[in-house]
Ligand binder design. Structure first.
Ligand code: NAG
Ligand code: NAG
Ligand code: NAG
Ligand code: NAG
Ligand code: NAG
Ligand code: NAG
Ligand code: NAG
Ligand code: NAG
Ligand code: NAG
Length: 437
């Protein structure tokens, strides 16, 4: 998620930002599209190559063919590549060459997921479930070809089911530290294997990813939008981990990425069984950054509670292909993931996802708070969250000079893993294991 600025962020939270070192406004990363939102999404797909989820030439070739800002072109090129790589995968003898088959299925799965990314403006577009089915199916084919096949698990929660994937660190049943992770506003759990899971497993820890309401697998198959009581998603996952004999339940960590950096903090106000929590990056309000992006006249209409007018204006601008694609996509994705056709309702729901200083005081777990120097929407929020948490927090600013300044340190996964997982490892060292002595 990233929006090219419609209005400067400075306007809204100058008081917070005044305390921070000046943000470097230059584009720190080579742009793969003239369209800012496309460039960011392409960077995201390219970054998965670091964990072998994609390949650079495949991504750069598709990027070269996509018409900037044209949602149909984005679909067409990724679907073309996905179909090609899928067909290569099916032609590999997986008995003879399991690692090649695994790689091709994994890459095809990422390209099918990419193909659907800008389609959420029309909920009844049949390509949405069709692409998602293909993406999950190819991911699962790849995951069964891992040295230790990953396990899909469906965890029952209050009135929804949590799709999770468990990756065992060891073929033995010994109890291992376990890192649990989820994504944000528009991410999916399969990406997390490539961007984070591989680093966790290399440390000898188990990895579990999941999605909650609002996130693609739950949204597509269960029609559930985001809920602010994110602990109702996390706690059933912890209950599940407690039933496994290969999890050291004293050494569990929870990480949320992007909007998940806010959800993870909300969850941690109620769920205290983790030894460590990671907010990648730290965040206290998403609606605040959206408010900063929208024209002030529009915000005035929202604040005057004129639902009809707000809905009409926001929807018209989102449907207009001359509007910036970051805006069109943000609205499309917001309505879809919050399961509402009313922009006013979406905006109101977003306002229920706020972390406050009082809520931060209810968090008892140590929290790693990351921040990206070039995070155009959220820069400044991480430091505020860290201040509220006081000595429960560990704040780390990821900088532009080494290419780590992006939202969620996109593309700098190795550095992110080193810094954040070293912090987790230090905490795990201090807690008593649940292993029998
Ligand atoms: C901003 O970043 C660019 C590229 O990394 C660098 O060349 C430039 O010196 C930086 N400017 C400031 C003011 O830090
Ligand atoms: C696939 O590879 C295995 C192991 O080398 C071999 O036994 C089998 O005949 C191959 N299958 C096909 C359809 O070529
Ligand atoms: C949405 O997609 C459906 C199915 O393809 C189509 O019938 C409908 O016209 C589309 N709606 C809009 C507003 O484009
Ligand atoms: C996708 O898969 C679900 C079940 O997993 C099935 O019900 C649905 O019909 C499939 N949709 C498409 C478009 O293939
Ligand atoms: C069940 O889900 C709906 C929306 O999907 C929500 O409004 C409701 O509060 C949920 N009920 C419970 C008990 O969680
Ligand atoms: C909302 O805006 C519409 C269109 O400008 C206007 O006709 C209506 O009176 C407004 N309603 C309220 C309650 O302000
Ligand atoms: C789309 O927006 C442009 C620029 O604001 C405007 O000129 C045009 O009339 C709009 N198109 C529609 C169909 O509203
Ligand atoms: C959440 O924060 C935003 C921005 O600071 C504010 O506009 C909104 O009213 C807050 N929501 C609640 C429920 O307090
Ligand atoms: C952390 O801060 C709290 C409250 O500000 C204080 O009571 C506590 O002693 C501090 N703990 C450490 C280890 O510094």
């Amino acid at each position: 998620m990233r929006f090219t600025s419609l209005l400067p962020l400075w306007a809204l939270c100058g008081s917070v930002l005044a305390q921070l070192p000046a943000q470097n406004e230059s584009k720190i990363i080579y742009q793969l599209s003239a369209d800012g939102e496309f460039a960011f999404q392409l960077e995201r797909i390219l970054s998965l190559a670091n964990g072998a989820g994609t390949n650079t030439a495949e991504v750069l070739r598709a990027a070269s063919q996509i018409t900037p800002g044209d949602f149909d072109s984005y679909y067409t090129e990724w679907n073309y590549l996905a179909t090609k790589v899928h067909s290569m995968a099916t032609n590999i003898n997986a008995t003879r060459s399991p690692s090649s088959a695994r790689s091709a299925y994994f890459r095809a799965s990422r390209y099918y997921a990419a193909a659907g990314f800008f389609l959420h403006g029309n909920w009844s577009d049949p390509r949405i479930p069709a692409l998602w089915n293909k993406s999950l199916s190819d991911f699962d084919k790849g995951a069964t070809l891992l040295p230790i096949p990953a396990e899909r698990v469906n965890i029952i929660a209050s009135n929804f089911t949590i799709p999770a994937i468990f990756y065992k660190a060891s073929a033995c049943n010994d109890k291992r530290p376990t890192l649990v992770a989820f994504s944000g506003y528009d991410g999916n759990q399969e990406d997390l294997y490539f961007s984070l899971g591989i680093y966790v497993l290399e440390r000898g820890w188990n990895f579990l990813s999941f999605e909650g309401p609002g996130q693609p697998t739950v949204r597509i198959y269960q029609n559930k939008g985001f809920i602010p009581n994110w602990w109702d998603v996390v706690s059933p996952v912890v209950d599940y981990l407690e039933t496994r004999d290969d999890v050291d339940t004293k050494r569990m960590a929870l990480e949320g990425q992007s909007f998940g950096g806010l959800l993870v903090a909300l969850a941690a106000t109620h769920e205290h069984r983790f030894a460590a929590v990671l907010a990648i990056d730290g965040m206290y309000s998403l609606v605040e950054s959206f408010r900063a992006e929208l024209p002030s006249q529009l915000i005035a209409i929202y604040d005057a509670s004129n639902k009809t007018k707000f809905d009409t204006m926001v929807s018209a601008a989102a449907a207009n292909t001359t509007s910036p694609s970051s805006y069109r996509w943000s609205v499309d994705q917001g309505l879809w993931s919050f399961y509402t056709h009313s922009p006013y309702d979406w905006f109101t729901q977003l306002g229920n996802f706020n972390l406050t200083k009082d809520m931060a005081a209810q968090i008892t777990t140590p929290v790693f708070v990351g921040e990206g120097q070039d995070d155009s929407n959220l820069y400044g929020q991480g430091r505020v969250v860290a201040q509220w948490l006081g000595n429960k927090s560990y704040y780390h600013l990821f900088t532009n000079d080494v290419g780590a300044g992006e939202h969620c340190q996109l593309g700098a996964e190795a550095l992110l893993a080193q810094v954040s997982l070293d912090w987790v490892a230090e905490i795990f060292d201090t807690v008593e294991s649940s292993k029998p002595m």
